[in-house]
Design a protein around this ligand. Structure first.
Ligand SMILES: Cc1cc2nc3c(=O)[nH]c(=O)nc-3n(C[C@H](O)[C@H](O)[C@H](O)COP(=O)(O)OP(=O)(O)OC[C@H]3O[C@@H](n4cnc5c(N)ncnc54)[C@H](O)[C@@H]3O)c2cc1C
Ligand code: SF4
Length: 517
């Protein structure tokens, strides 16, 4: 019998048609999958995130075995497990003596760099194949970006609409507009009919993973249980069907809303599943489009949803690969403050921060506006070191992988890339949070107050941030109005705002939280 081909599948490549498996011979080739400690702990990932990935990997290994593949699966608690990809590939080569190694390129620079030297390390033919589960190949993004003065998601998105034909009538966008975002900014009210996520009871395999994670990663951030994520392809399909029916119709209207005690609103919660490969993003968008065509979901909802996936998701990936590995070190605004302890403890008198961090701890989930306009906005205004913020986001969310997390954090949220991803920082005072949520009503701080003892910290920090970075942003047409407003403030109010911001930041530095000492 001739030597087998070893086909390595990584934890976010759980797709039967992934390039590493395509064209393989299930009978003679060997699929290698390995749970490695290095990947689970190079940042201290949330317990639920580790459990989700290992459980989904084990389910995928079962799926492949049922389809006739020979799967060599290395569990984390296998005593011989070396704890790293190179170590596990080396051991598998020794076990199987393969003729070649085939793998799909990793989704982040760090792991791709490992793959690129394997041919030399192992003296074996190694194919690192493109990951074509994305809609826009990297090279096409680079070609689109080449020569442009600035990269704006909206123009890239229109290209993706034309390329996929999604919501297109000939060469025109359905409904006569590319973007219906202006309809998608309604605040929400508590509603008995608010859909709650479809929850899945852990099966025996997932329960074994939960025990393992409880044992090995007890000191990582976050609650492990209750664990209810879908982990099999069939469960992922159920989650998609449920979202399309129960939440998509109102996804658009309340996309930016935040409500106390309502962690999910009308969001899909599908990002962890898409990012590991349990859901095909283009197929998901086609199904969302079909809901519009059947009259079951309005255009503003479906367009908004599709834009997040073929627009934002693909755009941030393009930026990640174009900008290179040093992107994670960017710090255009020179922010150096240490990440306050409250990001880990959730202990703060700021109701918005407590809510966003609290649910992150419980669920490894917060929706986009919580990430951007609460925890991200605070980090931006308070001048927190972008690399520390990046590592926090990478650790705490179940959907976090560097290619998608870093551009959202370093670029969109913190403007640490100097404006590559977005044309202006997403900075706002407490007024935005008050408009889009009910958090302020139950907060120890007063959102209307700017300098008093109970003044909302976001207010003084916002004006202080603008003034601190005046030289950089004053000439930005999208920020001119903010500076005009600042200049109209009475001089003693301006002074009071800067003094308030300085006192708050000094307290934050001294105590690691804004809790009164
Ligand atoms: C600071 C910060 C960090 C983030 N880190 C991550 C991350 O690590 N992983 C991640 O998948 N998303 C990240 N996002 C984007 C976004 O917040 C999440 O994709 C979204 O909240 C996931 O929840 P959902 O599936 O319910 O999304 P929905 O609101 O239902 O949106 C539908 C889908 O659109 C995609 N999407 C939406 N917004 C974005 C975006 N800005 N970038 C890329 N894809 C998007 C996701 O696949 C998502 O599942 C981050 C955003 C910010 C501001
Ligand atoms: S008052 Fe300020 S700190 Fe409190 S919830 Fe509102 S925005 Fe957040």
């Amino acid at each position: 019998m001739s030597a087998p081909v070893l086909r390595l599948v990584l934890g976010d490549q759980l797709t039967p048609s992934v390039s590493a498996l395509r064209g393989g011979d299930p009978k003679s080739d060997i699929v290698l999958m390995a749970e490695v400690a290095e990947e689970a702990s190079y940042v201290r990932h949330h317990k639920k995130k580790i459990a989700f990935i290992f459980a989904a990997m084990r389910a995928f290994a079962n799926e492949l075995s049922a389809a006739g593949w020979r799967v060599d699966y290395v569990r984390l608690d296998d005593p011989a497990n070396t704890g790293s990809f190179p170590g596990e590939v080396a051991r598998a080569i020794a076990r199987h003596n393969p003729a070649a190694l085939v793998t799909t390129e990793a989704a982040e620079h760090r792991v791709l760099a490992m793959q690129q030297i394997w041919a030399e390390t192992f003296s074996l033919p190694v194919s690192v194949l493109p990951d074509d589960r994305f809609i826009c190949p990297k090279e096409d993004f680079f070609a689109w970006a080449e020569g442009r003065k600035s990269l704006r998601m909206e123009f890239f998105y229109r290209e993706m609409r034309r390329r996929t034909g999604l919501l297109m009538d000939g060469d025109q966008p359905t409904g006569g507009q590319w973007n219906f975002d202006s309809e998608n900014r309604k605040p929400a009210k508590g509603d008995l009919f608010m859909p709650q996520p479809r929850r899945f009871a852990p099966d025996a395999d997932t329960t074994a993973v939960l025990d393992l994670v409880a044992d090995r990663f007890a000191d990582h951030f976050g609650d492990l249980e209750p664990f209810w994520f879908p982990v099999t392809r069939a469960q992922a399909e159920e989650a998609v069907a449920y979202f399309l029916k129960a939440a998509l119709p109102r996804f658009g209207d309340f996309q930016d809303a935040m409500l106390r005690g309502e962690k999910f609103l009308f969001h899909s919660l599908l990002s962890p599943l898409i990012n590991v490969g349990l859901i095909d993003p283009l197929d998901l968008c086609r199904r969302a489009q079909a809901e519009y065509q059947a009259g079951r979901a309005p255009l503003n909802a479906v367009e908004g949803f599709i834009r997040q996936i073929i627009g934002w998701r693909e755009f941030v990936r393009g930026i990640y690969w174009r900008e290179g590995p040093d992107y994670m070190q960017r710090n255009a605004l020179g922010a150096t403050r240490t990440l306050p302890w409250m990001y880990w403890s959730g202990e703060t008198d700021m109701a918005c921060m407590a809510e966003a961090i609290g649910q992150t701890k419980e669920e490894a989930y917060a929706h986009h506006i919580q990430r951007l306009m609460v925890t991200g906005n605070f980090a931006l205004l308070a001048g927190i070191d972008p690399h520390q913020v990046h590592e926090w986001y990478l650790a705490v969310y179940a959907d976090a992988y560097e290619w998608v997390e870093a551009p959202n954090t370093i670029g969109m949220s913190l403007f640490a890339d100097g404006g590559i991803l977005g044309s202006k920082p997403y900075a706002s005072s407490g007024a935005y949070i008050d408009r889009m949520s009910d958090y302020c009503r139950g907060c120890a701080y007063d959102v209307k107050d700017r300098t008093g003892p109970k003044a909302c910290p976001f207010n003084a920090l916002y004006w202080d941030f603008l003034q601190r970075h005046r030289a950089r942003f004053e000439g930005n047409p999208r920020m001119a109005q903010m500076y005009r407003t600042y200049d109209k403030l009475a001089p003693d109010l301006r002074e009071g705002l800067h003094a308030k911001a300085a006192a708050f930041l000094a307290h934050l530095d001294a105590h690691g939280t804004d809790r009164k000492a």
